[in-house]
Design a protein around this ligand. Sequence first.
Ligand code: EAX
Length: 330
Amino acid sequence: MSPTRRAAIGALLAAPLALTGAPRPAAAQTAITIQHALPPNSHYGVGAVAFRDTIDRAAPGRFRVTIQRNDNEREMIESVQIGTVDCTITSTGPVGNFVPETRVFDVPFLFRDYAHARGVLDSEIGQGVLQRFQARGLYGVVWMENGFRHLTNSRREVHTPEDIRGLKVRTMENQVHMRAFSTLGALPTPMAFSELVPALQQGTVDGQENPIPVIVANNLNQVQRYLTLTAHVYSPAVLICNPGLVNRLNAQDRAAFMEAARAAQRANRDKVSADDANGVEELRRRGMTVTTQVDTARFQQALAAAFTVYERELDGALLRRIRDWRPAGG
Ligand code: EAX
């Protein structure tokens, strides 16, 4: 059938609808479910809301974003991989089990401060690692943030590496972190976030480590007495989506999607900075005993054996590049 003839018939068919004033069928909306492990007012929650509000503004009516809570990050990543969940905001805790190239970012004392970490993740180093997600059936959209992790426990004040010896410490399901704590003489117990509070309440573990925003948002002060500001590792987070969802978007929708992802990153990082600035005082006010004077150099010395393994088993050259990274002109 000739194109002109097809167009004529199309117009004919549309005519009655126009005449009747019936609303034109809305172009198919793209539904996006975003899951994350933390409360709505947390640094992940505000990121997810910024994503939803920005995509609604950038592409009105094109997307329907639903935000859900699920405190098992490994499960969420698996669901995104098989496509039963569209996107997740997750720490890199269990991500290394899916995308091993991310493990370099989990090495303790690798990043000097937030500017260093954010700079590296936004640089070609971080973007290069995001590219590796697709080969694993995942789409790494944008780096987000969990924050610098600190140790809490219910047994004793911790000032030195020696004070950690013998403590049963919950870690994420992360080999790099587990090696660090076993090297310090602690007993690392990997478990999903969903199991953390019951394990602390029942004494299955004595302690755990998380950024201030997570400790505050989840009231971990109710099950932990001592907080030590070890800042022993920077905990990146990442917005991961199902590749099928992203690859189906047309150019206009993809642009709106990426604009929303960048807005989510900004809102998330701003919230981490705010919680980090106010959270320690808040936890003190809630009754935690806070140790601020921590001899970081002694912790790094105590981890020497672990660093040797990281250099060998992870990408040693990349680790050195990250350590030496400076902002342009810096
Ligand atoms: O990503 O599991 C953890 O301790 C994480 O920090 C938490 O799920 C937020």
